[in-house]
Write a protein that binds this ligand. Structure first.
Ligand code: HEC
Length: 126
């Protein structure tokens, strides 16, 4: 009887150790810096290459509901309501890849910031 209790006690201590050894690392939420309004971000020259380098175009190339290849990206983004001009946090083209749960993410924070800034500047077809 007594040894049974000791075994249970040791098992309890051991499981407390196991549980407390779990470490949680929280991923830091990245807040993009406000873009410089005098520095215009251009859709064709700066944004469309991001869709290629971030591998978006391997899926979004016309076969799916929308097309992010350079020639069709702007038309596709606007007609599918993926962008709300001046509101990057409400624009799926920014929030979906930024979420980290989609098939691909932006390959760098710098790229994410460019898209953020482009939307903040009105999401122009420039
Ligand atoms: C492996 C294939 C794949 C890749 C890579 C991919 N996507 Fe997608 N994406 C999908 C599919 C499938 C859907 C859902 C069907 C649809 O809406 O076309 C989707 C949907 C979306 C949506 C719409 C979500 C909605 O709620 O309407 C956005 C925005 C999007 N993708 C952006 C991107 C961007 C930007 C990239 C690159 C960083 C990317 N995707 C990379 C497959 C992919």
């Amino acid at each position: 009887m007594r040894t049974n209790h000791i075994v249970k006690f040791i098992a309890l201590i051991f499981s407390v150790f196991l549980l407390s050894s779990c470490e949680y690392e929280f991923i830091e939420v990245y807040t993009p810096p406000p873009p410089n309004p005098t520095d215009t971000i251009y859709f064709q020259a700066e944004i469309t290459p991001i869709f290629v380098s971030s591998t978006c175009t391997s899926c979004h190339n016309g076969g799916l509901a929308f097309d992010l290849t350079a020639a069709n990206a702007y038309n596709s983004i606007t007609t599918n309501n993926l962008v709300v001009p001046f509101e990057p946090e409400n624009s799926l083209i920014y929030t979906v890849p930024k979420s980290g749960t989609h098939f691909a993410s932006f390959s760098s924070n710098a790229d994410a910031n460019l898209i953020y800034g482009w939307i903040l500047q009105g999401a122009l077809n420039n």
